[in-house]
Design a protein around this ligand. Structure first.
Ligand code: HEM
Length: 219
Protein backbone atom coordinates (compact mmCIF):
# COMPACT_ATOMS: atom_id res chain seq x y z
CA UNK A 1 0.00 0.00 0.00
CA UNK A 2 1.35 3.42 -0.92
CA UNK A 3 1.76 6.27 1.54
CA UNK A 4 -1.54 7.83 0.50
CA UNK A 5 -3.35 4.50 0.96
CA UNK A 6 -1.83 4.06 4.42
CA UNK A 7 -2.80 7.61 5.36
CA UNK A 8 -6.42 7.08 4.23
CA UNK A 9 -6.53 3.71 5.97
CA UNK A 10 -5.58 5.17 9.37
CA UNK A 11 -8.27 6.68 11.60
CA UNK A 12 -6.16 9.81 12.11
CA UNK A 13 -5.83 10.14 8.30
CA UNK A 14 -9.62 9.97 7.89
CA UNK A 15 -10.10 12.59 10.61
CA UNK A 16 -7.60 14.89 8.89
CA UNK A 17 -9.45 14.39 5.58
CA UNK A 18 -12.75 15.21 7.35
CA UNK A 19 -11.25 18.35 8.88
CA UNK A 20 -9.61 19.56 5.64
CA UNK A 21 -12.71 18.94 3.47
CA UNK A 22 -14.83 20.51 6.22
CA UNK A 23 -12.73 23.69 6.02
CA UNK A 24 -13.30 23.81 2.21
CA UNK A 25 -17.06 23.34 2.70
CA UNK A 26 -17.27 26.02 5.41
CA UNK A 27 -15.40 28.43 3.10
CA UNK A 28 -17.96 27.76 0.35
CA UNK A 29 -20.87 28.19 2.80
CA UNK A 30 -19.63 31.60 3.98
CA UNK A 31 -19.30 32.83 0.36
CA UNK A 32 -22.64 31.27 -0.70
CA UNK A 33 -24.48 32.76 2.29
CA UNK A 34 -23.01 36.23 1.67
CA UNK A 35 -23.92 35.92 -2.04
CA UNK A 36 -27.50 34.96 -1.14
CA UNK A 37 -27.92 38.12 0.92
CA UNK A 38 -27.75 40.07 -2.35
CA UNK A 39 -31.38 39.00 -2.68
CA UNK A 40 -32.14 41.97 -0.43
CA UNK A 41 -30.60 44.29 -3.06
CA UNK A 42 -33.36 43.47 -5.55
CA UNK A 43 -34.10 41.22 -8.51
CA UNK A 44 -31.79 42.92 -11.02
CA UNK A 45 -28.73 42.73 -8.78
CA UNK A 46 -29.41 39.15 -7.69
CA UNK A 47 -30.01 37.87 -11.22
CA UNK A 48 -26.83 39.61 -12.44
CA UNK A 49 -24.89 37.88 -9.67
CA UNK A 50 -26.40 34.51 -10.62
CA UNK A 51 -25.56 35.10 -14.31
CA UNK A 52 -21.99 35.92 -13.35
CA UNK A 53 -21.68 32.57 -11.56
CA UNK A 54 -23.47 30.48 -14.17
CA UNK A 55 -22.31 32.01 -17.45
CA UNK A 56 -19.55 34.60 -17.12
CA UNK A 57 -17.05 32.63 -15.02
CA UNK A 58 -18.26 29.15 -15.95
CA UNK A 59 -14.78 27.50 -15.91
CA UNK A 60 -14.25 28.66 -12.33
CA UNK A 61 -17.79 27.54 -11.45
CA UNK A 62 -16.97 24.01 -12.66
CA UNK A 63 -13.71 23.92 -10.70
CA UNK A 64 -15.68 24.96 -7.58
CA UNK A 65 -18.42 22.37 -8.31
CA UNK A 66 -15.90 19.54 -8.71
CA UNK A 67 -13.99 20.57 -5.58
CA UNK A 68 -17.25 20.66 -3.60
CA UNK A 69 -18.37 17.27 -4.93
CA UNK A 70 -15.06 15.60 -4.08
CA UNK A 71 -15.06 17.29 -0.65
CA UNK A 72 -18.63 16.22 0.22
CA UNK A 73 -17.97 12.61 -0.91
CA UNK A 74 -14.67 12.32 1.01
CA UNK A 75 -16.22 13.99 4.08
CA UNK A 76 -19.23 11.64 4.12
CA UNK A 77 -17.27 8.44 3.29
CA UNK A 78 -14.66 9.15 5.99
CA UNK A 79 -17.46 9.87 8.52
CA UNK A 80 -19.25 6.63 7.60
CA UNK A 81 -16.08 4.53 7.80
CA UNK A 82 -15.05 6.04 11.15
CA UNK A 83 -18.54 5.31 12.54
CA UNK A 84 -18.31 1.69 11.35
CA UNK A 85 -14.84 1.36 12.86
CA UNK A 86 -16.01 2.72 16.21
CA UNK A 87 -18.95 0.31 16.22
CA UNK A 88 -16.69 -2.65 15.38
CA UNK A 89 -14.29 -1.65 18.16
CA UNK A 90 -17.11 -1.41 20.70
CA UNK A 91 -20.06 -3.60 19.53
CA UNK A 92 -21.77 -3.36 22.95
CA UNK A 93 -22.91 0.18 23.74
CA UNK A 94 -21.70 1.59 27.03
CA UNK A 95 -24.09 0.51 29.80
CA UNK A 96 -24.60 3.99 31.16
CA UNK A 97 -23.14 6.69 29.02
CA UNK A 98 -22.70 10.02 30.70
CA UNK A 99 -21.12 12.19 28.01
CA UNK A 100 -18.48 14.55 29.30
CA UNK A 101 -17.35 16.67 26.35
CA UNK A 102 -20.20 15.41 24.17
CA UNK A 103 -22.86 18.00 23.47
CA UNK A 104 -26.27 17.86 21.82
CA UNK A 105 -24.53 19.07 18.64
CA UNK A 106 -22.04 16.18 18.59
CA UNK A 107 -24.85 13.66 19.00
CA UNK A 108 -26.69 14.99 15.94
CA UNK A 109 -23.65 14.79 13.62
CA UNK A 110 -24.69 11.50 11.97
CA UNK A 111 -28.40 11.92 11.29
CA UNK A 112 -27.95 15.68 10.87
CA UNK A 113 -25.29 14.88 8.26
CA UNK A 114 -27.68 12.54 6.43
CA UNK A 115 -30.42 15.25 6.49
CA UNK A 116 -27.88 17.71 5.01
CA UNK A 117 -26.89 15.24 2.25
CA UNK A 118 -30.57 14.80 1.28
CA UNK A 119 -30.98 18.58 1.49
CA UNK A 120 -28.06 19.18 -0.93
CA UNK A 121 -29.52 16.75 -3.51
CA UNK A 122 -32.97 18.40 -3.23
CA UNK A 123 -31.46 21.91 -3.19
CA UNK A 124 -29.51 21.43 -6.45
CA UNK A 125 -32.65 20.00 -8.11
CA UNK A 126 -34.62 22.95 -6.72
CA UNK A 127 -32.52 26.00 -7.60
CA UNK A 128 -29.75 24.85 -9.99
CA UNK A 129 -31.29 22.32 -12.42
CA UNK A 130 -34.93 23.22 -11.67
CA UNK A 131 -35.95 19.52 -11.58
CA UNK A 132 -37.98 19.96 -8.36
CA UNK A 133 -39.06 23.54 -9.02
CA UNK A 134 -42.65 24.31 -10.12
CA UNK A 135 -41.76 27.28 -12.36
CA UNK A 136 -38.01 27.31 -12.95
CA UNK A 137 -36.46 30.04 -15.09
CA UNK A 138 -32.82 29.75 -16.23
CA UNK A 139 -32.23 33.51 -16.06
CA UNK A 140 -34.63 34.45 -13.24
CA UNK A 141 -32.94 33.17 -10.06
CA UNK A 142 -34.64 35.87 -7.96
CA UNK A 143 -38.09 34.66 -9.06
CA UNK A 144 -36.98 31.03 -8.58
CA UNK A 145 -36.21 31.78 -4.93
CA UNK A 146 -39.47 33.67 -4.32
CA UNK A 147 -41.60 30.93 -5.91
CA UNK A 148 -39.39 28.22 -4.41
CA UNK A 149 -40.25 29.36 -0.90
CA UNK A 150 -43.91 30.15 -1.57
CA UNK A 151 -45.04 26.93 0.13
CA UNK A 152 -44.49 26.46 3.87
CA UNK A 153 -43.33 22.79 3.76
CA UNK A 154 -40.41 23.70 1.48
CA UNK A 155 -39.46 26.77 3.55
CA UNK A 156 -39.63 24.64 6.72
CA UNK A 157 -37.55 21.89 5.11
CA UNK A 158 -34.88 24.53 4.38
CA UNK A 159 -35.09 26.03 7.87
CA UNK A 160 -34.79 22.53 9.36
CA UNK A 161 -31.66 21.99 7.26
CA UNK A 162 -30.27 25.29 8.57
CA UNK A 163 -30.97 24.10 12.14
CA UNK A 164 -28.95 20.94 11.52
CA UNK A 165 -26.33 22.98 9.67
CA UNK A 166 -25.81 25.21 12.73
CA UNK A 167 -25.32 22.17 15.01
CA UNK A 168 -23.11 20.47 12.42
CA UNK A 169 -20.93 23.58 12.03
CA UNK A 170 -20.72 24.20 15.77
CA UNK A 171 -19.46 20.72 16.53
CA UNK A 172 -17.57 20.22 13.24
CA UNK A 173 -15.56 23.47 13.35
CA UNK A 174 -14.51 22.84 16.92
CA UNK A 175 -13.61 19.20 16.11
CA UNK A 176 -11.62 20.36 13.06
CA UNK A 177 -9.67 22.82 15.23
CA UNK A 178 -8.70 19.88 17.41
CA UNK A 179 -7.91 17.41 14.62
CA UNK A 180 -5.88 19.90 12.64
CA UNK A 181 -3.95 20.78 15.79
CA UNK A 182 -5.19 24.33 16.31
CA UNK A 183 -6.62 23.70 19.77
CA UNK A 184 -5.47 21.72 22.75
CA UNK A 185 -7.28 18.42 23.36
CA UNK A 186 -9.28 19.91 26.23
CA UNK A 187 -12.46 21.86 25.52
CA UNK A 188 -10.81 25.17 24.69
CA UNK A 189 -13.53 27.83 25.34
CA UNK A 190 -12.19 30.35 22.79
CA UNK A 191 -12.30 27.79 19.95
CA UNK A 192 -15.82 26.84 21.02
CA UNK A 193 -16.85 30.50 20.85
CA UNK A 194 -15.38 30.87 17.34
CA UNK A 195 -17.28 27.73 16.28
CA UNK A 196 -20.48 29.07 17.86
CA UNK A 197 -20.25 32.49 16.18
CA UNK A 198 -19.50 30.95 12.76
CA UNK A 199 -22.39 28.47 13.14
CA UNK A 200 -24.85 31.23 14.06
CA UNK A 201 -23.66 33.68 11.37
CA UNK A 202 -23.70 31.09 8.53
CA UNK A 203 -26.93 29.24 9.40
CA UNK A 204 -28.62 32.48 10.53
CA UNK A 205 -27.58 34.33 7.35
CA UNK A 206 -28.94 31.52 5.15
CA UNK A 207 -32.20 31.39 7.14
CA UNK A 208 -32.86 35.10 6.48
CA UNK A 209 -33.76 34.31 2.85
CA UNK A 210 -36.66 31.84 3.35
CA UNK A 211 -37.80 33.83 6.41
CA UNK A 212 -37.83 37.13 4.48
CA UNK A 213 -39.78 35.52 1.62
CA UNK A 214 -42.34 34.02 4.00
CA UNK A 215 -42.72 37.31 5.90
CA UNK A 216 -43.26 39.15 2.61
CA UNK A 217 -40.15 41.32 3.03
CA UNK A 218 -38.83 40.75 -0.53
CA UNK A 219 -40.90 41.29 -3.66
C1 HEM B 1 -31.67 29.04 2.88
C2 HEM B 1 -30.53 28.56 2.42
C3 HEM B 1 -30.10 28.59 0.98
C4 HEM B 1 -30.57 29.31 -0.09
C5 HEM B 1 -31.72 30.31 -0.12
C6 HEM B 1 -29.77 28.94 -1.24
C7 HEM B 1 -29.95 29.43 -2.51
C8 HEM B 1 -29.33 28.96 -3.64
C9 HEM B 1 -29.59 29.38 -4.99
C10 HEM B 1 -30.62 30.44 -5.37
C11 HEM B 1 -28.79 28.69 -5.83
C12 HEM B 1 -28.71 28.81 -7.36
C13 HEM B 1 -27.74 29.88 -7.69
C14 HEM B 1 -27.69 30.15 -9.16
O1 HEM B 1 -28.04 29.27 -9.94
O2 HEM B 1 -27.27 31.24 -9.52
C15 HEM B 1 -27.99 27.80 -5.02
C16 HEM B 1 -27.04 26.91 -5.49
C17 HEM B 1 -26.32 26.04 -4.70
N1 HEM B 1 -26.37 25.93 -3.32
FE1 HEM B 1 -27.55 26.97 -2.10
N2 HEM B 1 -28.82 28.03 -0.85
C18 HEM B 1 -28.98 27.78 0.49
C19 HEM B 1 -28.24 26.92 1.28
C20 HEM B 1 -27.27 26.06 0.81
C21 HEM B 1 -26.51 25.16 1.64
C22 HEM B 1 -26.66 25.02 3.15
C23 HEM B 1 -25.68 24.49 0.81
C24 HEM B 1 -24.67 23.41 1.13
C25 HEM B 1 -24.76 22.60 2.17
C26 HEM B 1 -25.89 24.97 -0.53
C27 HEM B 1 -25.24 24.52 -1.66
C28 HEM B 1 -25.49 24.95 -2.93
C29 HEM B 1 -24.82 24.40 -4.10
C30 HEM B 1 -23.77 23.30 -4.11
C31 HEM B 1 -25.36 25.08 -5.21
C32 HEM B 1 -25.04 24.83 -6.68
C33 HEM B 1 -24.00 25.76 -7.15
C34 HEM B 1 -23.77 25.43 -8.63
O3 HEM B 1 -23.21 24.39 -8.90
O4 HEM B 1 -24.21 26.20 -9.46
N3 HEM B 1 -26.86 25.94 -0.49
N4 HEM B 1 -28.33 27.98 -3.70
Amino acid sequence: MGRLGKFWDSSVGKKIVMGATGVILVGFLIIHMAGNLQLFLGAERFNAYSKLLKHDIIELTWIVRLTLLVSVVLHAVAAYQLTMRNKAARPEPYAKRVPQVSTYASQTMRYGGVYLLLFIVYHIGHFTTGTFHPAFSESGTFGNVLIGFSTWPIALFYLGAMGFLSLHLYHGIWAAFRTLGLARPSGDPLKRQIALVLAIVVAGGFSLVPLAVKLGLVH
